[in-house]
Design a protein. Structure first.
Length: 257
C-alpha cells in the first residue's frame, strides 16, 4: 500500500512538471513570435523591404527556448523509463490489475514467473531502443554546424533538414516503445489468466483438503468410540457373556449343545 501511494505521488509530480514545462515552452515561444512580429512590423514601417522573420531572428528565438524544450523532452523520457501511468482507475491498467490478482498467491507457478521475467526483459529492451534512437538526435541538436546561420537557403532549409533527420529516429524510438508496450500488455494479460487458474486450483485443493480432514476426523472419532465401548464391555463383563453365547452357538450348530 505504501509503495502504491509513493508511486501515485511520484507520477503526479512528474505529470505536473511535464505540464508546467510544456505550458511554459508554448507561452515562451508565443511571446517570441509576437515580439518578432511587433519589431518586424515596426522595422517595415521604416523600411518596406525589411523582413519580419529572418533566419537570425528565428534562430535566436529557437535557441532561447531550446533549454525548456530539452528539459521537457528529458522529463518525458524519464516518465517513460519510470513507467509513469494513470493510477486513478486501476482496473484500466493491466499492470495494477495483475498486481491485485497476484497479491493473494503465495507461491507463483513457473509459468507466472516466466511471464513476469519476460515483461521485465521487454520493459528494458524497449527503453534501451528508445534511448539508442535518441542518441543521434541529441548529437545532431548539439552540432552547431547544422544550424549555420550563413546558409544562403535560409532557416527553412535548416528546419527541413532537422525534421528530415529527427523524424525517422523519433519514429523508430517511439515505435520500439509501442511494440514493447503491446508485448508487455499481452504478457500481463496472460499472467492474469495464469493467476486466475492458480487461484481456482488452490481453491479446489483447499476444498479437497477440507474434505480429507473431515473424513479423517470422522474415522478417528469412530475408532475412539469403538475402543471406549470395547473397554467398557470388558469391564462390565460383556466380553464373557459374548464368549459364552458364542461357545453355545457353536456347540449347538454341530449338535453337541
Amino acid at each position: 500500500m505504501e509503495k502504491t501511494k509513493a508511486g501515485n505521488i511520484r507520477d503526479t509530480v512528474i505529470k505536473i512538471i511535464q505540464a508546467v514545462l510544456c505550458t511554459a515552452y508554448v507561452m515562451f515561444m508565443s511571446v517570441q513570435v509576437i515580439g518578432i512580429y511587433s519589431s518586424g512590423s515596426a522595422a517595415q514601417a521604416d523600411d518596406p523591404k525589411a523582413q519580419i522573420y529572418t533566419q537570425d531572428i528565428a534562430a535566436d528565438a529557437v535557441i532561447r527556448g531550446l533549454p525548456l524544450l530539452i528539459l521537457s523532452a528529458a522529463v518525458t523520457a524519464a516518465a517513460a523509463v519510470l513507467g509513469v501511468r494513470n493510477r486513478n482507475n486501476p482496473f484500466n491498467d493491466p499492470v495494477i490489475k495483475r498486481d491485485i490478482v497476484t497479491s493473494g498467491i503465495k507461491t507463483p507457478t513457473a509459468e507466472m514467473l516466466a511471464e513476469r521475467s519476460k515483461q521485465k526483459r521487454l520493459h528494458t529492451a524497449g527503453r534501451i531502443c528508445f534511448a539508442a534512437a535518441m542518441v543521434p538526435i541529441i548529437l545532431y541538436m548539439t552540432n552547431a554546424s547544422h544550424f549555420d546561420r550563413s546558409d544562403a537557403q535560409g532557416i527553412e532549409s535548416v528546419i527541413a533538414d532537422m525534421v528530415m533527420f529527427i523524424l525517422p529516429w523519433t519514429i523508430i524510438g517511439v515505435g520500439a516503445l509501442a511494440v514493447s508496450f503491446i508485448l508487455i500488455d499481452k504478457s500481463v494479460k496472460k499472467e492474469i489468466e495464469l493467476a486466475a487458474d492458480c487461484e481456482r486450483n488452490t481453491d479446489t485443493s483447499k476444498s479437497g483438503e477440507k474434505r480429507s480432514k473431515a473424513v479423517i476426523i470422522v474415522r478417528c472419532a469412530a475408532l475412539a468410540a469403538s475402543a471406549v465401548l470395547i473397554i467398557a464391555g470388558i469391564y462390565n463383563g460383556g466380553a464373557n457373556v459374548v464368549l459364552s453365547k458364542a461357545i453355545t452357538i457353536c456347540t449347538e450348530c454341530i449338535g453337541l449343545g
